[in-house]
Design a protein around this ligand. Structure first.
Ligand SMILES: Nc1ncnc2c1ncn2[C@@H]1O[C@H](COP(=O)(O)OP(=O)(O)OP(=O)(O)O)[C@@H](O)[C@H]1O
Length: 294
């Protein structure tokens, strides 16, 4: 099941089990030395056909941190996010140039299995998209198709729902339809469904944009909690959200190509979130985070 072309990482010892975060799990900012690098993104450009949606992106993602991608509409945040688990492979004409090194291995190398990539690097989307199945079956689905025996699935479902802070609300109605849950509950269910596969990384594409402030606050708390065990990359339009939850922030903008009259996303600045929001080094970042642009 595991892909020999991908390097082993600590939490994939047994992808079928996710217990509580091990005692030895790295803590966020443990000693000022920083956490190990999970992604090293080098000179990455993403194309849709001949259109270059985002160009020459360079930044790193550290383990057990939350990295936020922010910037105005159309600057390529979602496109870049989807390149981190080869989700763009599913878009006809999409192509990635450069290197998306994951633990030192380019995810786009020949021989890397995109299915295994997406198991290790899960994704939560803007709009909650539960299957029209029971709450239980939504969470058990991934383990089931990855061959986890039925006898182990109850434990995985319970663990995942607990980690997604949903267990107490649904434990007495696991056989009820997921579609009867509220929007915020459905989004937490989708998070449970993602972590049921014991990923190392969870990518989140505007996970709160369809939620009210209370449901948003719950998901934000959950993200911070999940970062003790997972590495998180989030796309958000909500700058307060990026400031509240993330450790690092990448600010993107667009450059206009006068000849083709198209806009290509560029990474303007990547740094500690606190610095991006207080003392950014680029004027474009400052204009954006202070609301003077975008
Ligand atoms: N499947 C696709 N096919 C062709 N072009 C696409 C596709 N998806 C996105 N694009 C284009 O790529 C560019 C970047 O889009 P993307 O959705 O990544 O930006 P974004 O920063 O996430 O925007 P938003 O904040 O509005 O969601 C845009 O010009 C968009 O029209």
């Amino acid at each position: 099941m595991s892909d020999p072309a991908l390097p082993a990482v600590g939490r994939t010892v047994d992808p079928r089990r996710i217990g509580p975060a091990p005692q030895s799990a790295p803590q966020r900012h443990p000693d000022g030395l920083g956490n190990p690098t999970v992604y090293d993104i080098k000179d990455v450009s993403v194309y849709y056909g001949s259109f270059r949606a985002v160009k020459d992106v360079n930044f790193t993602v550290a383990k057990n941190e939350i990295t936020a991608l922010i910037g105005p509409s159309g600057c390529g945040k979602s496109t870049l996010l989807r390149s981190l688990n080869r989700m763009n492979d599913l878009v006809p004409g999409a192509r990635v140039e450069g290197t998306v090194a994951y633990h030192g291995k380019n995810l786009y190398d020949a021989g890397v299995d995109p299915v295994e990539v997406r198991r290790r690097i899960g994704m939560v989307f803007q709009k909650a998209n539960p299957f029209p199945k029971s709450i239980y079956d939504n969470v058990a689905y991934g383990p089931k198709i990855h061959g986890v025996p039925r006898s182990e699935r109850d434990g995985i479902v319970e663990d995942s729902l607990k980690k997604a802070a949903l267990w107490d609300e649904v434990k007495d109605k696991l056989k009820q339809s997921a579609l009867a849950l509220s929007g915020g509950q459905q989004q937490r269910l989708c998070i449970a469904r993602t972590i049921a596969l014991s990923p190392e990384v969870v990518l989140m594409d505007e996970p709160c944009s369809a939620l009210d402030p209370i449901a948003t606050a719950r998901i934000e708390e959950l993200m911070v909690d999940l970062a003790r065990q997972f590495t998180i990359v989030i796309v958000t339009h909500n700058m307060q959200q990026a400031a509240r939850v993330s450790d690092k922030t990448a600010f993107f903008s667009t450059e206009v190509n006068e000849i083709s009259d198209t806009r290509t996303g560029v990474l303007v600045e990547f740094d500690d979130t606190q610095r991006i929001f207080t003392t950014p080094s680029d004027e474009r970042t400052e204009n954006y985070v202070t609301g003077r642009f975008g």
